[in-house]
Design a protein around this ligand. Structure first.
Ligand SMILES: [Zn+2]
Length: 411
């Protein structure tokens, strides 16, 4: 009731003071000849920004990391009424703009253009870039990555004739989905998961490439869970470091989220039925501003166990995948960057999906993979098509790898 009154009272005041407001608006519209009345907002699917200030074409924002124990670097906002204007954007937060710069869209997020490393000026913990909006653009969007939502996955699946299946109902009432494809007679299922951390959209384009090629697989069947934290994806949340624990930390004890609990049940059932699986959990790393160095944060790498047969199989796969990708001249993972599961996280708690799955007897091997948009030493980020091509190589190498492992050492 209190909230309702608050909504009504300002309306009454506006009605009573309408004349004064019209006079004030006329005064403001005179000023607006010099100051674009920019309409800055993150109020749309996948939107994220704390808008600190907006005046005279200068816009200051920060990533909205509410609900998280640490700051993230995902942001995505739009500006209206800025046709033809030069906008100066300032983003505060540590590495809040990636090494290869931010992205811009003038068609409501359908197509995105990278602004590149040279567009960014860094000053302490903030980054600045400028952009002149086209004369005919009704709105312009800026984002730290190319956003990828449920509607994008649906469009992709539809275009490829891939049937979408029910996975679970989310905490906020959404219908989460998964897909199954590949060789139905295969003895091995590849379990692909993506967006355990909502903001990590580069990984989604790799998954698209992987799934596009999956119908040609000879040795594997594929079950893919494209948007594990679907609520976070749709509502533009960071997801990573979500309190009290994020989706990827939800494999310790009783799971809090429907998606993680359901994934556990699916894997446990396959394991109990003696079904062999390979588990690959796709992620994107936090940003790094070091564009001239092949740092972990801007190269593609695997995260897997330290010892034993499963670790050796995963490492062998990483090496073979890099060989295949380097031969083709496309994006490649860098096996030198591969790291072990964090012993602090995994010997105690919480425990991540890939590490949890590795403990199941019939999981041949399990790994997480970190895929950034930024390219080591590159000025421009990877394009969605380059990421898709990497995903295709990932499917081809995984199919070949499972075939070889089955022939030589297994069963
Ligand atoms: Zn992640």
């Amino acid at each position: 009731m209190g909230a309702d009154l608050r909504k009504i009272r300002p309306h009454l005041r506006i009605t009573q003071n309408m004349k004064k407001i019209f006079a004030f608006s006329a005064f403001l519209s005179l000023c607006a000849a010099h100051l674009p009345a920019a309409d800055v907002s993150a109020d749309f699917a996948g939107g994220n920004a704390v808008i600190a200030a907006s005046a005279g074409g200068k816009i200051s924002i920060a990533p909205d990391s509410s609900g998280c124990s640490r700051g993230g670097n995902y942001w995505n906002f739009r500006v209206r009424k800025a046709s033809g204007k030069l906008l100066e954007i300032s983003v505060s937060g540590k590495n809040a703009v990636d090494a290869c710069g931010a992205f811009v869209s003038e068609d409501s997020g359908k197509n995105w253009t990278p602004l590149g490393a040279r567009s960014v000026r860094r000053c302490g913990d903030s980054a600045k870039f400028a952009y002149r909006v086209s004369e005919d653009a009704a709105e312009v969007r800026f984002a730290s990555v190319i956003p990828y939502l449920h509607s994008d996955f649906k469009r992709f699946a539809q275009s490829r004739g891939i049937a979408i299946r029910h996975f679970c109902k989310t905490e906020r009432g959404r219908e989460n989905v998964f897909v199954e494809l590949g060789n139905e007679d295969s003895a091995v299922t590849a379990i692909l998961t993506c967006r355990h951390h909502a903001c990590e959209s580069a990984a989604s384009f790799v998954l698209e490439g992987f799934l596009s090629a999956a119908k040609y697989a000879k040795n594997i069947r594929v079950a893919a869970f494209p948007l594990v934290d679907l609520d976070g994806v749709e509502e533009g949340e960071q997801g990573k470091f979500r309190k009290p624990r994020d989706h990827n930390q939800d494999y310790y004890g009783t799971s809090r989220y429907a998606a993680t609990a359901t994934l556990k049940r699916i894997l446990e059932k396959l394991n109990a039925d003696g079904k062999k699986t390979v588990v690959l959990d796709l992620h994107s790393p936090l940003f790094s501003e070091m564009s001239n160095l092949a740092t972990r944060a801007n190269g593609i790498y695997f995260v897997f166990g330290k010892n034993g047969k499963k670790r050796n199989l995963a490492k062998d796969f990483s090496l073979k995948l890099a060989e295949r990708c380097n031969k083709s001249g496309g994006l490649a993972n860098n096996p030198e960057l591969d790291v072990d599961f964090d012993p602090f996280l995994h010997d105690r708690r919480p425990i991540t999906f890939a590490k949890w799955a590795e403990r199941l007897e019939n999981v041949m091997w399990s790994a997480a993979m970190e895929i950034p948009f930024a390219v080591p030493a590159g000025e421009m980020p990877s394009t969605p098509d380059q990421l898709r091509n990497f995903g295709k190589a990932l499917l081809e190498e995984l199919d070949a790898h499972v075939g070889i492992v089955r022939e030589h050492s297994w069963e």
